[in-house]
Design a protein around this ligand. Structure first.
Ligand SMILES: Cc1ncc(COP(=O)(O)O)c(C=O)c1O
Length: 463
């Protein structure tokens, strides 16, 4: 028998409660309908891993405000750093003047930039306000530095929502429909999504045929590689479904295409700042990119995005790129506090520890439940892919949505990514006790949907 010691969750009445319903109604009247939401959660306040809604229900946060709240909500160190800076000066456009804390933050970001162990080229930092802006800057810098017109990105990628970064994005139809023509010169290559190999092969016997495919079908046919400025990569595909490539994939990719002078821009907007148990997810793959973009978790909830690039690439002229709010001093103070918090509390160790613990449990669930097709991840960036059944691998879209709704109603904030993948991305501060409590809720939701599915489809339930 499983003994339950529920402590963190407090559900007073099944959400959404009356206050939440009223706010959702008002929201629908006054806010742009272009925003799509998972379920009608209306937040009142939050601390660390616990979120309280406007009707007094308390939930365990398993999505960290979409991978932003790495150090948890209202973290004392971040609140103090931001408040102190707010009182000192709130803004003094870095497009035109100077202040110091953005230099300290840049030094930190440069210090943690992955090193190939041989050279430590000088790096420099550009600041914007979001992941999209960081990637937009990477597009502009790559074009400027190489004077090449074309770019490569991946199918399933998500790099942002501006006309430039949207051209790199290939994740969901709704994100691009109605907005074409997009920025030209971008080609999308198959991502190493081995559970659903686009070439229907198996790793490792495939011998990275998906890399050969890029050579044969793009670079040998209609995309002259010496016209390609940059290849945008996500080391773990985020919105695309928390897809983890094989360990040696990027080594092979960099070796094969670096020789053409193509830059590699590593989008760590979702996977970076300790999330996978390392500062940057690319460190798991033993390669050194030319540029890295970060945002989300960097500001601990305040908007900041950064592009860190080799100094020899940062050759653009004064006036060529900037942003009024970029590198805002309050956001920079918060970001410095985020980095200190991760270091002092050894939160990357915790991410690894809790992540490994959960992976083991999810793998056991995969044996047990027909609707779990795949489990993959690093640190606290884990995807559980829900399918209708293991054999057909048909996306379990309705099933995944239902699991997240059931989990929410029982007190765990869980969301999806890709077509039908549960996205496990709690704050790096999460404790074993809270993990256990959340997993009990998630498992009961998975078991319920598995059972409903079994009854509907007549699949045998694994014991
Ligand atoms: C990998 C990746 N890149 C870029 C972005 C865009 O970031 P933002 O929403 O801050 O513009 C996201 C957002 O989800 C992301 O996950």
């Amino acid at each position: 028998m499983v003994v339950s010691y529920l402590t963190a969750i407090k559900i007073l009445s099944t959400p959404p409660g009356p206050k939440a319903k009223k706010i959702v109604e008002e929201t629908n009247k006054v806010l742009s309908p272009s925003i799509s939401r998972f379920y009608p959660l209306v937040i009142d306040h939050a601390h660390d891993c616990i979120v309280t809604d406007v009707d007094g229900n308390e939930y365990i946060d398993f999505n960290s405000g979409i991978a932003v709240l790495g150090v948890g909500s209202t973290n004392e160190r971040i609140v103090k750093a931001a408040t102190d800076q707010l009182k000192k000066f709130t803004h003094y456009s870095y497009t035109d003047f100077y202040y110091e804390n953005i230099n300290q933050l840049a030094e930190k970001l440069i210090a943690v930039f992955p090193n190939d162990g041989q050279t430590k080229e000088r790096k420099q930092v550009y600041y914007g306000n979001s992941g999209t802006e960081a990637n937009e800057a990477a597009i502009k810098l790559a074009r400027y530095a190489t004077r090449r017109p074309r770019m490569m990105a991946y199918m399933g990628a998500f790099h942002g929502r501006t006309m430039g970064t949207m051209a790199l994005t290939a994740s969901k139809l709704a994100q691009v429909k109605g907005f074409s023509p997009l920025l030209g010169g971008v080609e999308h290559a198959p991502y190493p999504y081995c559970y659903r190999c686009p070439l229907k092969l198996e790793y490792p016997s495939c011998g990275f045929a998906c890399i050969d495919y890029i050579q044969e079908n793009y670079f040998d046919k209609y995309v002259p590689p010496d016209e390609v400025a940059v290849f945008f990569i996500e080391p773990i595909q985020g919105e695309g479904g928390y897809v983890v490539p094989p360990d040696d994939y990027f080594k092979e990719l960099f070796k094969r295409f670096g020789k053409y002078g193509i830059l590699f821009s590593d989008d760590e907007v979702q996977s970076g700042i300790g999330r996978t148990g390392k500062w940057f997810a690319i460190e798991h793959f033993g390669v050194t990119p030319d540029m890295i973009t970060v945002a989300k978790a960097l500001g601990g909830g305040l908007p900041i995005g950064a592009l860190i690039a080799r100094s020899d690439l940062m050759s653009w002229q004064p006036g060529s790129h900037a942003s009024t709010f970029g590198g805002n001093p309050v956001a920079a103070a918060a970001a410095l506090a985020v980095i200190t918090e991760i270091e002092e509390r050894k939160l990357m160790d915790n991410a690894r520890k809790q992540g490994e613990y959960m992976m083991q449990i999810f793998k056991d669930w995969m044996e047990k439940y027909e609707i779990i097709g795949d489990v993959r991840g690093k640190g606290l960036m884990i995807g559980i892919e829900i399918v209708k059944d293991k054999k057909s691998k048909e996306y379990g879209v309705a099933e995944a949505t239902r699991i997240t709704e059931l989990a929410w109603k029982k007190g765990v904030l869980l969301i999806t990514c890709g077509r039908s993948t549960l996205r496990i991305v709690p704050p790096l501060t999460i404790t074993r006790e809270i993990v256990d409590e959340a997993l009990e809720v998630i498992q009961s939701a998975v078991a319920q949907v598995n059972k409903e599915n079994t009854m509907k489809n007549g699949h045998a339930e694994h014991s």
